[in-house]
Write a protein that binds this ligand. Structure first.
Ligand SMILES: NC(=O)c1ccc[n+]([C@@H]2O[C@H](COP(=O)([O-])OP(=O)(O)OC[C@H]3O[C@@H](n4cnc5c(N)ncnc54)[C@H](O)[C@@H]3O)[C@@H](O)[C@H]2O)c1
Ligand SMILES: NC(=O)c1ccc[n+]([C@@H]2O[C@H](COP(=O)([O-])OP(=O)(O)OC[C@H]3O[C@@H](n4cnc5c(N)ncnc54)[C@H](O)[C@@H]3O)[C@@H](O)[C@H]2O)c1
Lengths: 207, 207
């Protein structure tokens, strides 16, 4: 049973290794990787050990090989259709960014309750009314959604998503969402990163 | 020497405990906390052990006491002035959100190179030209900045920030930034959360 904290760090390693691979770096070590991703090398080695003998003791890791092994272990090459609720400032930024930079999670629908936004082109898609949401989820068998609406609206939106069949919600709204046990919720909160950064600025870590 | 992975999780515990405290919950356990934050209870107990005897074996933790202990250990009650570069869709959303919801990191300046944005009111502040940035950083002794500009502009902006004296950068641009050793960079990337969520949807975790 792979620990959740290990799984949570794997996409971070994969991103770093992808960047290294793009830059032609072919060999690395837990030390170098640790410095780049901000994780203790011993933690990296323990994490990777769950997925097999991925490196050579005393030699290190082959970058493309390790990246591919992690991608396979995490299913990172699978394509997922996703939807977005909220086509305001944040939603529009997310849609544009997603279209340009995110490869395996493709937006197939953007929804907003504001009629003024319906028909607007955002991130290569046309903003649609909330009434269209269940149909789109069904048509594309969508399992994941992002919420970018105000705090007081987020719970109601989560309810609509769950009813439509969504199994994973990434919410940017600053509120704790209530969902059934079989639905996952991730709260994206840059505030936590500011707090982490502040600690390390004041307690410069040598790790 | 507290491990970095422990420090990284502490703000997550603090946020959860704050929400519990707001909802009048006075007692909790590593099991309940673990379920809420998505961290193995044993990991939570190991993390908290770095900061003292914060709970009673077999009894659990007092919520307000634990929240306060974590806040003190992490210096979460300290006020930090911060600045933002990029007043586009994402930057505007960040500024509004920060003004409404973020207590100890206050925006004291928003900067953009687009003259059309100068003078615009965003998140309670007036958008200013990049030329004003060094002066504002100096005046408020700013140590932290957020970057919300396009990928190809982010490195140049990071250079300006470092030159002005910034020691911690939270970047939303999809690019790896090069900075001196004494400057911290956090890359905010919701893509990683989508990857984590996808794994757990496919491998429903019972932890
Ligand atoms: N977590 C973070 O990192 C972060 C960063 C920035 C903003 N935020 C949060 O993201 C949310 C959106 O911010 P924004 O600046 O884009 O706000 P915004 O007001 O510009 O956009 C919100 C959009 O949601 C739509 N909406 C409202 N209620 C709805 C409903 N019930 N169903 C469908 N659509 C609905 C509105 O019509 C609007 O288009 C806010 O909660 C904000 O606090 C979070
Ligand atoms: N990591 C994430 O979660 C996430 C989510 C959404 C968007 N993004 C990224 O955030 C960035 C901003 O997205 P957006 O939708 O707000 O874009 P945008 O085009 O709406 O805004 C960018 C702003 O940056 C300003 N700018 C450009 N170059 C500058 C420079 N050299 N100095 C100062 N200001 C400059 C522009 O004038 C503009 O106002 C993009 O890189 C995008 O890919 C990241």
């Amino acid at each position: 049973k792979i620990p959740k904290s290990t799984i949570d760090r794997m996409p971070l390693y994969h991103r770093c290794l992808s960047i290294m691979e793009e830059n032609g770096i072919t060999e690395t070590s837990s030390q170098v990787l640790g410095l780049r991703v901000g994780v203790d090398p011993s933690v990296i080695r323990k994490d990777l050990a769950w997925f097999g003998e991925l490196g050579k003791r005393g030699v290190g890791y082959n970058v493309p090989y390790l990246r591919q092994a992690i991608a396979e272990a995490l299913g990172l090459n699978k394509d997922w259709p996703i939807i977005l609720v909220g086509a305001g400032k944040l939603g529009s930024a997310l849609a544009d960014h997603n279209q340009k930079y995110v490869k395996h999670f493709q937006l197939v629908g953007i929804f907003d309750r504001d009629p003024a936004k319906h028909g607007r082109q955002v991130g290569g898609l046309t903003v649609r009314p909330m009434e269209d949401l269940p149909g789109v989820v069904k048509e594309h068998n969508v399992k994941m959604a992002m919420i970018a609406v105000p705090a007081k609206e987020a719970q109601a939106v989560a309810h609509v998503l769950v009813k439509a069949g969504i199994k994973g919600i990434l919410s940017f709204a600053p509120i704790s969402l209530s969902v059934p046990e079989d639905v996952l919720v991730y709260n994206s909160d840059y505030h936590l990163d500011l707090q982490r950064m502040a600690y390390f600025i004041d307690n410069r870590f040598d790790g």
